[in-house]
Design a protein around this ligand. Structure first.
Ligand code: PLP
Length: 444
């Protein structure tokens, strides 16, 4: 084949493979970078892929993502994205978000959550992650205290990225692994951010009105006590799963409970989880306009705004209330059915005497499971001493991929795991149960 005018001949290509093998200097990345670890969940996902490619049957309950085959993105959102590209919306959007997209989010919150924010209270980002990153950077000085109730999703990485100080407060199984005012009270003094998430990842549980009210009252009391120089205690309210609540439960917000909380609350949200659109990368932060303006400096310089075609598409999609209602209903019902199937299967094993216990799923795509097999011996004579041993045994002997609560910042999470139904079929769940029964029965 004839080469184009600009293509290099093979002999002119500088081969850099191996050029980085013996670097002279040790500190090639900053100490901050060294402190931000890679995701444990991705390591588990790698092991599962390896098993699957060797032909083993694996029920992959480890991913907090949706399989497009099992939970497809709404067709309308796909068509609107294609249309936006065809219409040529391919240049830069404003870094804070297109005005029409910011208005669309404000209308969406008014319609579904009963909260009317001005355009200035909304920043549009490439998924929900940049909201957390920008918010932390916008309000934290180095060393500032962040109270992070655990188990929690990746919040601790963002604390490290800001050189802030994290205070982890472990929540209890009997509280559905959600924080309580009593558990937090001793820690909020002097803190700048309290992280809350409902419906919870990894817990799959929701704040009740009573529980969230008590926490908001504590935040308001703390803020009323502070002098202006001290700065406020903010709440990061991560509600990326808010439309997915099960058993007729209702999602509630700090601002819906107490309008005074608006000055202190930043919502983290987007289309990733609400519409099974994790790869489309549209998220938003909603909060006090001075904080949102500060946040937009970080999204601007890190270039973490949402792609313009995706913003145009999402703006049009969110405005179609019937389509959005149907999308919410389809996804919620499908997830509730899948979680119901998983719970039922596990309950059968429990009734037979298997040492398992689970927290009833109330929202999102998760079920929290306790596998009480620590101290037991595998057929190869190995004693299961910790969650990593249990996880590895269940993966290799039951083809069950799960994530231990240590991955969500809990120090003493013995026997507790997150199960996600986002990437499994009914058949995957059904065929797991006999394998799990068999693997547990082989322990002595
Ligand atoms: C609780 C929670 N917040 C935020 C995110 C980030 O969402 P996104 O993929 O839109 O960045 C996730 C993703 O798993 C999550 O579970």
């Amino acid at each position: 084949m004839k080469k184009s005018g600009k293509a290099k001949a093979m002999s002119d290509v500088l081969d850099l493979t191996g050029a980085f093998n013996s670097p002279k200097h040790q500190h090639r990345v900053s100490s901050r970078t060294s402190g931000v670890q890679g995701s444990q969940i991705l390591r588990i996902a790698g092991q599962i892929r390896a098993l699957q490619s060797s032909g083993e049957a694996v029920c992959n309950l480890s991913v907090g993502d949706y399989s497009p085959q099992e939970f497809p993105v709404p067709k309308d959102l796909i068509l609107e994205n294609m249309k936006a590209f065809e219409e040529g919306h391919t240049n830069y959007p404003p870094a804070i978000g297109l005005p029409e997209m910011r208005d669309a989010v404000a209308d969406y919150y008014a319609h579904y959550l009963g909260l009317r924010y001005p355009r200035e209270g909304v920043v549009i980002t490439s998924g929900a992650r940049p909201v957390v990153f920008a918010f932390f950077n916008a309000v934290l000085n180095p060393g500032d205290k962040v109270v992070n109730p655990t188990p929690s999703w990746n919040t601790h990485y963002y604390v490290a990225l800001c050189n802030a100080t994290e205070v982890r407060v472990d929540s209890r199984p009997e509280d559905g692994f959600l924080p309580t005012r009593a558990g937090l009270e001793d820690h909020v003094k002097g803190a700048r951010i309290l992280c809350l998430c409902s419906p919870g990842n990894p817990t799959g549980t929701l704040f009740s009105e009573e529980r969230l009210k008590a926490i908001c009252e504590m935040v308001l009391e703390e803020n009323n006590r502070r002098t202006p120089e001290e700065g406020p205690l903010y709440v990061l309210y991560d509600q990326v799963y808010w439309p997915i609540t099960h058993g007729g439960r209702k999602h509630i917000t700090p601002v819906g409970l107490f309008p005074e909380m608006a000055a202190y609350t930043v919502f983290v949200d987007g289309i990733s989880k609400a519409f099974a659109a994790t790869g489309v990368r549209v998220g938003w932060g909603v909060g006090p306009s001075d904080v949102i303006t500060g946040m937009s400096r970080y999204t601007s310089h890190s270039g973490s705004w949402a792609p313009k075609p995706a913003q145009i598409a999402t703006t049009r999609f969110l405005a179609k209330r019937d389509v959005v209602d149907a999308a919410f209903k389809d996804l919620q019902e499908a997830l509730e059915a899948r979680l119901g199937r998983l719970s039922k299967g596990l309950q059968v094993l429990i009734d037979e005497g298997c040492p398992l216990r689970f927290v009833d799923p109330e929202g999102a795509l998760y079920l929290t499971l306790e596998v009480k097999i620590v101290g037991r011996k595998t057929p190869d004579g190995k004693v299961l001493e910790n969650n990593e041993d249990i996880r590895t045994y269940l993966l290799s002997h039951a083809g069950m991929g799960i994530v231990p609560f240590e991955a969500f910042g809990v120090k003493n999470a013995l026997a507790w795991f997150r199960l996600s139904v986002g990437a499994v079929s009914d058949n995957d769940i059904d065929s797991l149960m006999p394998r799990l029964r068999d693997a547990i029965s082989k322990l002595s």
